[in-house]
Design a protein around this ligand. Structure first.
Ligand code: ZN
Length: 411
Protein backbone atom coordinates (compact mmCIF):
# COMPACT_ATOMS: atom_id res chain seq x y z
CA UNK A 1 0.00 0.00 0.00
CA UNK A 2 1.83 3.10 -1.22
CA UNK A 3 2.03 6.08 1.08
CA UNK A 4 -0.55 8.78 0.27
CA UNK A 5 0.05 12.52 -0.23
CA UNK A 6 -1.67 13.31 3.06
CA UNK A 7 0.44 10.73 4.91
CA UNK A 8 3.63 12.09 3.32
CA UNK A 9 2.81 15.57 4.60
CA UNK A 10 2.33 14.13 8.07
CA UNK A 11 5.63 12.22 7.92
CA UNK A 12 7.38 15.35 6.74
CA UNK A 13 6.10 17.22 9.79
CA UNK A 14 7.35 14.39 12.05
CA UNK A 15 10.78 14.46 10.38
CA UNK A 16 11.09 18.19 11.08
CA UNK A 17 10.17 17.70 14.73
CA UNK A 18 12.58 14.78 15.19
CA UNK A 19 15.47 16.78 13.72
CA UNK A 20 14.79 19.75 16.02
CA UNK A 21 14.48 17.50 19.06
CA UNK A 22 17.83 15.91 18.16
CA UNK A 23 16.98 12.45 19.50
CA UNK A 24 18.49 9.26 18.04
CA UNK A 25 16.34 9.37 14.93
CA UNK A 26 16.81 13.10 14.39
CA UNK A 27 20.58 12.57 14.54
CA UNK A 28 20.33 9.65 12.12
CA UNK A 29 18.42 11.84 9.65
CA UNK A 30 21.03 14.57 9.95
CA UNK A 31 23.85 12.10 9.30
CA UNK A 32 22.01 10.83 6.23
CA UNK A 33 21.53 14.41 5.04
CA UNK A 34 17.74 14.08 5.05
CA UNK A 35 15.72 17.11 6.07
CA UNK A 36 12.45 16.54 4.26
CA UNK A 37 10.28 13.89 2.66
CA UNK A 38 8.45 14.98 -0.45
CA UNK A 39 7.83 11.79 -2.45
CA UNK A 40 7.15 8.09 -1.87
CA UNK A 41 10.76 7.41 -2.94
CA UNK A 42 12.02 9.84 -0.30
CA UNK A 43 10.00 7.91 2.25
CA UNK A 44 11.59 4.60 1.27
CA UNK A 45 15.02 6.17 1.79
CA UNK A 46 14.24 6.83 5.48
CA UNK A 47 16.21 4.57 7.82
CA UNK A 48 14.44 1.93 9.94
CA UNK A 49 14.28 2.21 13.71
CA UNK A 50 14.51 -0.74 16.08
CA UNK A 51 13.75 -1.72 19.66
CA UNK A 52 17.48 -1.46 20.50
CA UNK A 53 17.43 2.24 19.54
CA UNK A 54 14.55 2.75 21.94
CA UNK A 55 16.34 0.92 24.76
CA UNK A 56 19.43 3.04 24.29
CA UNK A 57 17.29 6.17 24.66
CA UNK A 58 16.37 5.09 28.23
CA UNK A 59 15.00 6.82 30.20
CA UNK A 60 13.56 9.84 28.37
CA UNK A 61 15.66 10.14 25.23
CA UNK A 62 12.68 9.56 22.94
CA UNK A 63 10.94 12.74 24.06
CA UNK A 64 10.21 14.88 21.01
CA UNK A 65 8.07 17.54 22.71
CA UNK A 66 8.78 19.79 25.72
CA UNK A 67 8.56 18.17 29.12
CA UNK A 68 5.63 20.47 30.02
CA UNK A 69 3.61 18.77 27.32
CA UNK A 70 4.16 15.23 28.62
CA UNK A 71 1.23 13.99 30.71
CA UNK A 72 2.14 10.34 31.12
CA UNK A 73 4.73 7.69 30.34
CA UNK A 74 4.32 3.99 29.61
CA UNK A 75 6.94 1.30 29.54
CA UNK A 76 7.28 -2.01 27.77
CA UNK A 77 8.25 -5.04 29.80
CA UNK A 78 11.97 -5.37 30.22
CA UNK A 79 12.26 -9.14 29.95
CA UNK A 80 15.30 -8.78 27.70
CA UNK A 81 17.51 -5.94 28.84
CA UNK A 82 16.56 -2.31 29.44
CA UNK A 83 12.90 -1.32 29.36
CA UNK A 84 11.66 1.20 26.82
CA UNK A 85 9.92 4.36 28.04
CA UNK A 86 7.42 6.13 25.81
CA UNK A 87 6.29 9.67 26.75
CA UNK A 88 2.71 10.71 25.80
CA UNK A 89 1.24 14.19 25.39
CA UNK A 90 -2.42 14.90 26.17
CA UNK A 91 -3.16 14.66 22.44
CA UNK A 92 -1.38 11.28 22.20
CA UNK A 93 -3.52 9.93 25.05
CA UNK A 94 -6.63 11.34 23.38
CA UNK A 95 -5.73 9.96 19.93
CA UNK A 96 -5.12 6.53 21.43
CA UNK A 97 -8.52 6.68 23.14
CA UNK A 98 -10.18 7.59 19.82
CA UNK A 99 -8.51 4.64 18.11
CA UNK A 100 -9.60 2.29 20.87
CA UNK A 101 -13.15 3.64 20.76
CA UNK A 102 -13.16 2.84 17.06
CA UNK A 103 -12.05 -0.72 17.91
CA UNK A 104 -15.04 -1.18 20.22
CA UNK A 105 -17.34 0.25 17.56
CA UNK A 106 -16.02 -2.20 14.98
CA UNK A 107 -16.78 -4.98 17.45
CA UNK A 108 -20.34 -3.69 17.78
CA UNK A 109 -19.86 -2.63 21.42
CA UNK A 110 -22.14 0.24 22.49
CA UNK A 111 -22.79 2.59 25.42
CA UNK A 112 -25.13 0.00 26.87
CA UNK A 113 -22.33 -2.52 27.32
CA UNK A 114 -20.51 -3.33 30.53
CA UNK A 115 -16.87 -3.91 29.75
CA UNK A 116 -14.96 -6.27 32.05
CA UNK A 117 -11.28 -5.34 31.75
CA UNK A 118 -8.79 -7.97 32.97
CA UNK A 119 -5.46 -6.82 31.41
CA UNK A 120 -3.12 -5.22 33.95
CA UNK A 121 -3.04 -1.56 34.88
CA UNK A 122 0.25 0.19 35.51
CA UNK A 123 3.36 1.01 33.55
CA UNK A 124 2.36 -1.06 30.57
CA UNK A 125 -0.30 0.00 28.12
CA UNK A 126 -2.78 -2.84 28.50
CA UNK A 127 -5.54 -2.12 31.04
CA UNK A 128 -5.55 1.65 30.72
CA UNK A 129 -5.87 1.42 26.91
CA UNK A 130 -9.00 -0.72 27.18
CA UNK A 131 -10.27 1.69 29.84
CA UNK A 132 -9.70 4.91 27.82
CA UNK A 133 -11.52 3.54 24.78
CA UNK A 134 -14.40 2.34 26.95
CA UNK A 135 -14.83 5.74 28.60
CA UNK A 136 -14.64 7.54 25.26
CA UNK A 137 -17.33 5.24 23.94
CA UNK A 138 -19.43 5.87 27.01
CA UNK A 139 -19.79 2.24 28.07
CA UNK A 140 -19.43 1.11 31.69
CA UNK A 141 -15.86 0.09 32.51
CA UNK A 142 -15.33 -2.60 35.13
CA UNK A 143 -11.59 -2.13 35.75
CA UNK A 144 -10.71 -5.51 37.29
CA UNK A 145 -7.10 -5.95 36.25
CA UNK A 146 -5.67 -9.49 36.25
CA UNK A 147 -5.87 -12.27 38.82
CA UNK A 148 -8.22 -13.41 41.57
CA UNK A 149 -10.34 -15.51 39.24
CA UNK A 150 -13.05 -16.18 41.82
CA UNK A 151 -13.66 -12.47 42.32
CA UNK A 152 -13.64 -11.94 38.55
CA UNK A 153 -16.41 -14.51 38.14
CA UNK A 154 -18.44 -13.07 41.03
CA UNK A 155 -18.28 -9.54 39.55
CA UNK A 156 -19.04 -10.91 36.11
CA UNK A 157 -22.24 -12.48 37.47
CA UNK A 158 -23.30 -9.64 39.79
CA UNK A 159 -22.62 -6.82 37.33
CA UNK A 160 -23.74 -8.81 34.28
CA UNK A 161 -20.61 -7.94 32.28
CA UNK A 162 -21.33 -8.16 28.53
CA UNK A 163 -17.83 -7.68 27.07
CA UNK A 164 -14.69 -9.48 28.25
CA UNK A 165 -11.30 -7.88 27.58
CA UNK A 166 -8.45 -10.31 28.19
CA UNK A 167 -5.41 -12.06 26.78
CA UNK A 168 -6.37 -15.29 25.03
CA UNK A 169 -4.69 -17.27 27.84
CA UNK A 170 -6.79 -15.66 30.53
CA UNK A 171 -9.99 -15.89 28.46
CA UNK A 172 -9.36 -19.64 28.20
CA UNK A 173 -8.68 -19.94 31.93
CA UNK A 174 -11.93 -18.10 32.72
CA UNK A 175 -13.88 -20.19 30.20
CA UNK A 176 -12.60 -23.41 31.78
CA UNK A 177 -13.40 -22.19 35.27
CA UNK A 178 -16.94 -21.19 34.28
CA UNK A 179 -17.44 -24.64 32.79
CA UNK A 180 -16.00 -26.35 35.89
CA UNK A 181 -18.23 -24.39 38.29
CA UNK A 182 -21.31 -24.87 36.11
CA UNK A 183 -22.19 -21.17 36.15
CA UNK A 184 -22.45 -20.50 32.45
CA UNK A 185 -26.17 -19.64 32.65
CA UNK A 186 -25.31 -16.83 35.11
CA UNK A 187 -22.75 -15.28 32.75
CA UNK A 188 -24.04 -12.55 30.37
CA UNK A 189 -20.97 -12.15 28.14
CA UNK A 190 -21.68 -11.57 24.44
CA UNK A 191 -18.32 -10.51 23.08
CA UNK A 192 -14.64 -10.90 23.82
CA UNK A 193 -12.00 -8.34 22.83
CA UNK A 194 -8.77 -10.27 22.94
CA UNK A 195 -5.32 -8.77 22.72
CA UNK A 196 -1.58 -9.09 22.85
CA UNK A 197 -0.87 -12.71 22.05
CA UNK A 198 -0.58 -14.90 19.00
CA UNK A 199 -3.22 -17.61 19.25
CA UNK A 200 -4.40 -20.49 17.13
CA UNK A 201 -7.76 -21.20 15.54
CA UNK A 202 -8.32 -24.09 17.93
CA UNK A 203 -7.93 -22.00 21.07
CA UNK A 204 -10.13 -19.33 19.54
CA UNK A 205 -12.88 -21.84 18.81
CA UNK A 206 -12.71 -23.29 22.32
CA UNK A 207 -13.06 -19.89 23.99
CA UNK A 208 -15.87 -18.85 21.63
CA UNK A 209 -17.76 -22.14 22.13
CA UNK A 210 -17.31 -22.48 25.88
CA UNK A 211 -18.31 -18.89 26.60
CA UNK A 212 -20.77 -18.65 23.72
CA UNK A 213 -19.34 -15.28 22.59
CA UNK A 214 -18.09 -13.51 19.44
CA UNK A 215 -14.34 -12.86 19.51
CA UNK A 216 -12.44 -9.85 18.25
CA UNK A 217 -8.65 -9.66 17.94
CA UNK A 218 -7.05 -6.40 18.83
CA UNK A 219 -3.60 -5.34 17.66
CA UNK A 220 -1.10 -2.92 19.11
CA UNK A 221 2.24 -2.48 20.83
CA UNK A 222 3.52 -0.19 23.56
CA UNK A 223 6.03 1.53 21.27
CA UNK A 224 3.12 2.64 19.03
CA UNK A 225 0.48 3.92 21.55
CA UNK A 226 -0.46 0.42 22.86
CA UNK A 227 -3.31 -1.99 22.04
CA UNK A 228 -6.05 -0.53 19.86
CA UNK A 229 -4.41 0.38 16.55
CA UNK A 230 -6.43 -2.32 14.77
CA UNK A 231 -9.20 -4.91 15.20
CA UNK A 232 -11.14 -7.37 13.05
CA UNK A 233 -14.75 -6.63 12.08
CA UNK A 234 -17.62 -9.12 12.27
CA UNK A 235 -16.66 -10.62 8.90
CA UNK A 236 -13.40 -11.89 10.44
CA UNK A 237 -11.35 -11.19 7.34
CA UNK A 238 -8.32 -9.72 9.06
CA UNK A 239 -7.80 -6.71 11.34
CA UNK A 240 -8.65 -3.24 10.05
CA UNK A 241 -5.96 -0.77 11.12
CA UNK A 242 -6.20 2.99 11.45
CA UNK A 243 -4.20 4.49 8.61
CA UNK A 244 -5.11 8.03 9.64
CA UNK A 245 -2.83 7.52 12.68
CA UNK A 246 -0.24 5.01 11.43
CA UNK A 247 1.37 4.05 8.13
CA UNK A 248 2.16 0.37 7.87
CA UNK A 249 4.59 -1.50 5.62
CA UNK A 250 5.50 -5.18 5.29
CA UNK A 251 9.19 -5.93 4.71
CA UNK A 252 11.36 -8.96 4.12
CA UNK A 253 12.97 -9.33 7.59
CA UNK A 254 16.26 -10.52 6.10
CA UNK A 255 16.79 -7.87 3.40
CA UNK A 256 14.61 -4.96 4.58
CA UNK A 257 12.98 -4.81 1.15
CA UNK A 258 9.34 -3.62 1.11
CA UNK A 259 6.98 -6.38 -0.03
CA UNK A 260 3.84 -5.98 -2.13
CA UNK A 261 0.38 -6.28 -0.51
CA UNK A 262 -0.57 -9.91 0.07
CA UNK A 263 2.94 -11.14 0.86
CA UNK A 264 3.99 -12.24 4.36
CA UNK A 265 6.77 -10.41 6.15
CA UNK A 266 7.61 -8.18 9.11
CA UNK A 267 5.32 -5.28 10.08
CA UNK A 268 7.00 -1.86 10.06
CA UNK A 269 5.06 1.10 11.49
CA UNK A 270 5.37 4.87 11.15
CA UNK A 271 3.34 7.07 13.49
CA UNK A 272 1.75 9.95 11.59
CA UNK A 273 0.58 12.32 14.32
CA UNK A 274 2.30 11.24 17.52
CA UNK A 275 3.85 14.08 19.53
CA UNK A 276 5.57 12.63 22.61
CA UNK A 277 7.63 9.96 20.85
CA UNK A 278 7.02 9.72 17.09
CA UNK A 279 8.56 6.67 15.44
CA UNK A 280 9.54 6.38 11.80
CA UNK A 281 9.69 2.96 10.11
CA UNK A 282 9.78 1.06 13.41
CA UNK A 283 10.49 -2.66 13.00
CA UNK A 284 7.98 -4.55 15.15
CA UNK A 285 9.29 -8.11 14.49
CA UNK A 286 5.61 -9.16 14.21
CA UNK A 287 4.97 -11.23 11.09
CA UNK A 288 1.82 -10.71 9.01
CA UNK A 289 0.66 -9.43 5.63
CA UNK A 290 -1.58 -6.67 4.27
CA UNK A 291 -4.74 -8.23 2.85
CA UNK A 292 -5.44 -6.88 -0.64
CA UNK A 293 -8.94 -5.86 -1.77
CA UNK A 294 -12.00 -4.65 0.09
CA UNK A 295 -13.67 -6.08 3.17
CA UNK A 296 -17.35 -7.10 2.84
CA UNK A 297 -18.13 -4.64 5.68
CA UNK A 298 -17.34 -1.77 3.29
CA UNK A 299 -14.87 -0.05 5.62
CA UNK A 300 -12.15 1.94 3.87
CA UNK A 301 -9.58 1.02 6.51
CA UNK A 302 -6.96 -1.44 5.18
CA UNK A 303 -6.56 -4.88 6.72
CA UNK A 304 -3.76 -6.81 8.35
CA UNK A 305 -3.83 -10.63 8.56
CA UNK A 306 -3.33 -12.52 11.85
CA UNK A 307 0.05 -12.14 13.55
CA UNK A 308 1.67 -15.42 12.52
CA UNK A 309 4.66 -15.11 14.82
CA UNK A 310 7.76 -13.04 15.46
CA UNK A 311 10.59 -12.69 13.01
CA UNK A 312 12.93 -13.47 15.91
CA UNK A 313 11.16 -16.57 17.28
CA UNK A 314 12.47 -18.92 14.65
CA UNK A 315 14.04 -22.10 16.06
CA UNK A 316 16.72 -24.17 14.38
CA UNK A 317 16.41 -27.89 15.16
CA UNK A 318 18.77 -30.40 13.59
CA UNK A 319 19.50 -27.92 10.82
CA UNK A 320 15.83 -27.23 10.07
CA UNK A 321 14.26 -23.78 10.53
CA UNK A 322 10.99 -23.99 12.45
CA UNK A 323 8.43 -21.42 13.65
CA UNK A 324 6.17 -22.29 16.62
CA UNK A 325 3.21 -21.53 14.33
CA UNK A 326 4.12 -24.53 12.12
CA UNK A 327 4.02 -26.89 15.09
CA UNK A 328 0.76 -25.34 16.24
CA UNK A 329 -0.81 -25.89 12.83
CA UNK A 330 0.13 -29.55 12.84
CA UNK A 331 -1.24 -30.06 16.36
CA UNK A 332 -4.44 -28.28 15.26
CA UNK A 333 -5.18 -31.12 12.86
CA UNK A 334 -5.50 -33.63 15.71
CA UNK A 335 -9.07 -33.59 16.99
CA UNK A 336 -7.97 -35.64 20.03
CA UNK A 337 -5.90 -32.73 21.39
CA UNK A 338 -6.83 -29.59 23.38
CA UNK A 339 -5.55 -26.16 22.27
CA UNK A 340 -2.71 -26.16 24.79
CA UNK A 341 0.84 -27.21 24.07
CA UNK A 342 4.38 -26.53 25.24
CA UNK A 343 7.57 -26.79 23.22
CA UNK A 344 10.89 -27.34 24.96
CA UNK A 345 14.18 -27.11 23.12
CA UNK A 346 17.22 -28.66 24.74
CA UNK A 347 20.75 -29.70 23.95
CA UNK A 348 21.19 -33.43 24.56
CA UNK A 349 24.12 -35.67 23.60
CA UNK A 350 25.70 -33.02 21.42
CA UNK A 351 22.64 -32.02 19.46
CA UNK A 352 19.48 -29.93 19.70
CA UNK A 353 16.19 -31.66 20.22
CA UNK A 354 12.58 -30.65 20.58
CA UNK A 355 10.09 -32.02 23.06
CA UNK A 356 6.42 -31.23 22.50
CA UNK A 357 3.92 -31.57 25.37
CA UNK A 358 0.29 -31.72 24.29
CA UNK A 359 -2.97 -32.28 26.15
CA UNK A 360 -5.42 -34.98 25.09
CA UNK A 361 -8.98 -33.68 25.25
CA UNK A 362 -10.51 -37.14 25.73
CA UNK A 363 -9.41 -40.66 26.60
CA UNK A 364 -7.40 -41.70 23.58
CA UNK A 365 -4.43 -44.07 23.39
CA UNK A 366 -1.65 -41.67 24.42
CA UNK A 367 1.22 -43.83 23.09
CA UNK A 368 -0.39 -44.22 19.70
CA UNK A 369 -1.14 -40.50 19.52
CA UNK A 370 2.48 -39.62 20.39
CA UNK A 371 3.73 -41.70 17.48
CA UNK A 372 1.26 -40.18 15.04
CA UNK A 373 2.16 -36.60 16.00
CA UNK A 374 5.93 -37.24 15.77
CA UNK A 375 5.45 -38.82 12.34
CA UNK A 376 3.38 -35.86 11.15
CA UNK A 377 6.05 -33.34 12.25
CA UNK A 378 8.71 -35.43 10.51
CA UNK A 379 6.65 -35.60 7.31
CA UNK A 380 5.79 -31.90 7.20
CA UNK A 381 8.84 -30.15 8.69
CA UNK A 382 11.62 -32.69 8.39
CA UNK A 383 12.76 -33.73 11.86
CA UNK A 384 11.37 -36.05 14.53
CA UNK A 385 10.44 -34.42 17.84
CA UNK A 386 9.90 -36.23 21.13
CA UNK A 387 6.17 -36.01 21.89
CA UNK A 388 4.48 -36.39 25.28
CA UNK A 389 0.70 -36.56 25.44
CA UNK A 390 -0.58 -35.50 28.87
CA UNK A 391 -4.02 -35.22 30.48
CA UNK A 392 -6.31 -32.24 29.92
CA UNK A 393 -5.49 -29.43 32.37
CA UNK A 394 -1.93 -30.68 32.95
CA UNK A 395 -0.17 -27.81 31.21
CA UNK A 396 -0.01 -24.42 32.99
CA UNK A 397 -2.72 -21.80 32.31
CA UNK A 398 -1.76 -18.17 32.68
CA UNK A 399 -3.44 -14.93 33.70
CA UNK A 400 -1.15 -13.03 31.34
CA UNK A 401 0.62 -14.55 28.38
CA UNK A 402 1.26 -18.28 28.23
CA UNK A 403 4.86 -19.17 27.54
CA UNK A 404 4.67 -21.91 24.92
CA UNK A 405 8.26 -22.17 23.81
CA UNK A 406 10.95 -22.80 26.41
CA UNK A 407 14.52 -22.82 25.24
CA UNK A 408 16.60 -24.77 27.76
CA UNK A 409 19.82 -24.61 25.74
CA UNK A 410 21.02 -21.36 27.28
CA UNK A 411 19.95 -21.88 30.89
ZN1 ZN B 1 -14.37 -5.33 7.66
Amino acid sequence: MQISEAQLKQVNRQVGRLISAGNFYGKRLKEAGIDQVATAEDFLALPFSAKEDLREAYPLGLMTCTEEEVVRIHSSSGTTGMPVIIPYTAKDVDDWGEMFKRCYEFAGVTKKDRIHITPGYGLWTAGIGFQNGCEKLGAMAIPMGPGNTQKQLQMMMDLKSTVLCATSSYALLLAEEIEKQGIRDKICLKKGVIGSERWGEKMRKRIADELGIELYDIYGLTEIYGPGIGINCRYETGMHYWDDYIYLEIIDPATGEVLPDGEWGEIVITTLVKEGAPLIRFRTHDMSRIIPGECPCGSRFPRLDVISGRSDDMMKIKGVNVFPKQIEEILGRFGELSSEYQIRISHLDGRDSMRIYVEASGSSDFKELQKKIAAEVKARIGFTPIVYVVELGFLPRSEKKTKRVIDERFQ
